[in-house]
Design a protein around this ligand. Structure first.
Ligand code: SF4
Length: 222
């Protein structure tokens, strides 16, 4: 659902014209209220803040519409929209939400306001600066994505077993093997609250992947 109608940006731009310190903003594709469809939070009402831009180009990406466009929206206007929704759970997603520097103070302010915050990240950008009160859902890129060489591996070592989740989107059995190796190498069963395995949307060998996952689940997978 496009969010842009109804936002008032005038104070932000007037401040810029007058040379005042502008309010902080983010480039946003959409803000909407829905039901969480992924992770262990699936089924919960959730507000989504979807940010513009991603430095990666996964071959099976279904979110190309987030790469460009959107609008600069002040923190103040984003919070006003979230207040309107009245939902305590907020996911910041993209694109790659951590690609915009201003997202880090935004996440902190969300936490300060008492929201339960989920960050869905593609794993290219370091999670080090994310407010520790937010939960990370870290997407590890498998070989078939074409972007596995860009995984920022230290992110895996920062996962916390009480709140962070790790996700592998698999397109074939080689991806599934890769996921198993990474789970073992980084001891993700101990480090992450959940290990999520998700098939690439529309993949033709879904039954084969499902059988492999069910016959040889890595410890901790969902
Ligand atoms: S990280 Fe996510 S948004 Fe970026 S290209 Fe990959 S799937 Fe698409």
């Amino acid at each position: 659902m496009p969010f842009v109608d109804g936002f008032q940006h005038s104070r932000y731009y007037v401040a810029r014209i007058r040379g005042q310190k502008p309010l902080m903003d983010l480039r946003v594709i959409e803000i909407f209220l829905s039901i969480q469809g992924e992770s262990s939070h699936a089924g919960r009402p959730c507000s989504f803040v979807r940010l513009t831009g991603c430095p990666m180009r996964c071959v099976w990406c279904d979110s190309e519409y987030t790469f460009y466009g959107g609008e600069h929206v002040s923190f103040e206007d984003i919070f006003a929209k979230l207040d309107e929704f009245g939902c305590n759970l907020v996911e910041v997603t993209g694109g790659e939400p951590l690609a915009q520097k201003a997202v880090f103070p935004f996440i902190t302010e969300l936490c300060d306001r008492g929201y339960e915050v989920l960050i869905e990240t593609g794993g290219y950008v370091s999670t080090e600066e994310v407010d520790p009160r937010a939960s990370i859902i870290l997407d590890v890129k498998c070989p078939a994505s074409g972007e596995s060489s860009r995984n920022h591996w230290p992110n895996l070592e920062r996962l916390r077993p009480d709140k962070d989740e790790v996700k592998f989107v698999v397109a074939d059995l080689d991806d599934w093997q890769f996921a198993n190796e990474i789970v073992a190498k980084y001891d993700l069963a101990a480090r992450a609250k959940e290990i999520l395995i998700s098939p690439v949307h529309g993949v033709r060998n879904l039954a084969e992947i499902a059988e492999a996952v069910s016959l040889q689940p890595c410890e901790g997978t969902t």
